[in-house]
Design a binder for this molecule. Structure first.
Ligand SMILES: Cc1cc2nc3c(=O)[nH]c(=O)nc-3n(C[C@H](O)[C@H](O)[C@H](O)COP(=O)(O)OP(=O)(O)OC[C@H]3O[C@@H](n4cnc5c(N)ncnc54)[C@H](O)[C@@H]3O)c2cc1C
Ligand code: SF4
Length: 506
């Protein structure tokens, strides 16, 4: 049996659908659940607010791409500590625009989750079979040297010179040609984003996919939920039109860590725990640019090809990074001519970043009275600031060990450039303030966290809401706190487990 993918132009009236399970959101969490349920013979409807993107829809201009693929044009920010955070609005969710980094969470992190959040089946050994299932399906493998490019290999060389561990990043790609375009969409379609992997597999197994369909509330059915209701939205304008309802035995929310709590709040389903939308956590990153004596041709190479897990137990992970230069301009010093001069260094540059666990820094997601966009409050804890500062220092060390002639740290109140490790030692003595860093936080967690205690969390280890037994959550909101590394693979492993559990119960 084969399903279908409906697009905006195909909707011409209000409609109702009936199915076994409705899944909201086609990102890494929702797409895995939709596929596994359809493959188990369940009648599945997958609903996605964004449109599908084809290779000819991807534009290399960073700002234009963000305006088309991201919520709030990619300019969403937190209040409190102001930090940009990007959530995609597209078939495939974040997997369409992310760097395809796939890392299993370390055992010590998962053990910590189990202990602190009263979980009994979420150790590394428990999750390994689910990690493996996702890795096999997507062909996840370490990035080969021939598509690394100089800016990734220089990171490896710097780590080696200092005796820090480093490794090629494992990614969900097939036939990557190292174009460095993951952020604006993979035009060679090598990246196995869910729109070209799990969603088509779900459709082949019979799932019906509604794109350009915004879920606005859950339908009640006694003490349970009976489905979802929403409106068709025109791509890129958000203009709403026809109404729809999807009636289902089971509802799975995978709309993302920020949209799922908004849906629950707008539906009056915040439960007794008071945890819906609470505990918002990020994995904020700082990036540093290093300039080398010779050309690095940074436009060539896997977007993020090398990483170091040397300091993960200290609270941060180091990675190489690439995005359209316009996106990096915000981190460069100067205006006008000065800025232009610094941008002209990019052909000899590499940009590397540190992402920090920041478990002490928390916030909350609240629904606005109108529309589905959230209000985000979040504050960076001063102790986590010190961890980011340590990440900045380690990146600096690696740059100079790799032969950089200077670094541009992109941090207020520090010198705009530093030409030796000795000069850079001011980083060690600097009294950092939260406002000094130009942070970004695209890894988000915990707003519907799993917890063994129904009074302290929203879902159990099977993703099932403690208080509504046919309602599930399968997005990064369920991670009880940071996975210490990039979250996609861990989310997909959890979604895989959640789907198997639902299939067994349906
Ligand atoms: C630029 C960038 C780079 C990243 N790089 C990496 C990386 O390399 N590795 C990694 O592990 N992580 C990375 N991440 C993070 C990773 O992409 C996310 O953690 C992941 O996509 C989260 O998956 P999700 O299913 O929880 O939510 P999402 O991917 O956000 O998917 C949710 C989906 O639900 C849809 N939706 C939302 N509201 C509604 C509604 N009301 N009705 C219908 N549909 C709705 C959204 O449009 C979206 O498609 C990156 C993120 C960004 C933004
Ligand atoms: S580096 Fe280029 S080819 Fe490789 S996955 Fe990213 S966009 Fe696709």
């Amino acid at each position: 049996m084969s399903g279908e993918v409906r697009v905006f132009a195909q909707y011409d009236h209000d409609f109702d659908e009936i199915c076994d399970a409705v899944v909201v959101g086609s990102g890494p969490g929702g797409a895995v659940v939709a596929h596994e349920l359809a493959a188990a013979g369940k009648d599945v409807v997958l609903i996605e607010e964004g449109p599908p993107f084809a290779r000819e829809d991807f534009v290399l201009d960073g700002a234009m791409s963000m305006a088309r693929t991201m919520r709030e044009g990619g300019l969403r920010t937190t209040r409190g500590t102001i930090m940009p955070t990007m959530q995609a609005n597209a078939l495939g969710g974040g997997s369409l625009v992310n760097s395809a980094i796939c890392v299993r969470a370390p055992a010590f992190t998962l053990d910590g989750w189990c202990e602190e959040f009263q979980l009994r089946r979420s150790t590394r050994a428990d999750l390994d079979p689910h990690y493996l299932a996702i890795e096999d399906f997507l062909g996840i493998a370490p990035t080969p040297d021939d598509v690394q490019g100089a800016r990734n290999l220089l990171f490896r060389d710097g780590c080696r010179a200092l005796g820090y561990s480093s490794e090629p990043i494992a990614r969900n790609v097939r036939g990557c040609r190292g174009s460095g375009e993951c952020f604006t969409g993979c035009r060679s379609r090598a990246k196995q984003s869910t729109d070209i992997s799990y969603v088509p597999a779900a459709v082949r197994a019979g799932a019906r996919v509604l794109t350009s369909a915004q879920v606005q509330r859950l339908l009640p059915r006694g003490s349970r939920v009976g489905g979802v209701a929403g409106q068709i939205v025109r791509p890129f304008t958000g203009e709403t039109s026809h109404r729809f309802r999807v009636h289902a035995k089971v509802v799975v929310l995978a709309a993302g860590c920020m949209a799922t709590p908004v849906l629950l709040q707008k539906s009056g389903l915040t439960g007794g725990s008071g945890q819906v939308g609470e505990n918002l956590q990020f994995h904020p990153g700082v990036a540093v640019m290093g300039v080398f004596p010779d050309a690095t041709h940074p436009e060539f190479g896997a977007t993020q090809g090398y990483q170091s897990l040397e300091f993960v137990e200290d609270g941060f992970k180091l990675e190489t990074l690439w995005a359209p230069p316009g996106v990096f301009a915000v981190r460069l010093p100067g205006l006008g001519y000065e800025l232009k001069k610094n941008l002209s260094l990019i052909p000899r540059a590499a940009i590397w970043d540190a992402i920090a666990t920041c478990n002490r820094s928390k916030g909350r997601v609240r629904a606005r009275r109108r529309g589905m966009d959230p209000v985000l409050d979040w504050r960076l804890d001063p102790k986590d600031l010190q961890v980011l500062a340590e990440g900045l220092w380690r990146l600096t060390e690696i740059f100079f060990a790799a032969g950089a002639e200077r670094i541009l740290p992109g941090v207020h109140r520090l010198p705009e450039e530093m030409r030796s490790l000795d000069e850079a030692r001011v980083i060690r003595a600097h009294d950092f303030r939260v406002t000094d860093f130009t942070l970004a936080g695209n890894h988000v967690f915990s707003t519907t966290r799993m917890h063994g205690d129904a009074g302290a969390g929203v879902v159990d280890e099977d993703g099932r809401c403690h208080e509504i037994d046919n309602l599930y959550v399968a997005d990064t909101g369920i991670l009880p706190r940071s996975p210490s590394v990039n979250p996609m693979l861990t989310l997909m492993a959890l979604a895989h487990r959640i789907a198997l559990g639902i299939a067994a119960r349906l």
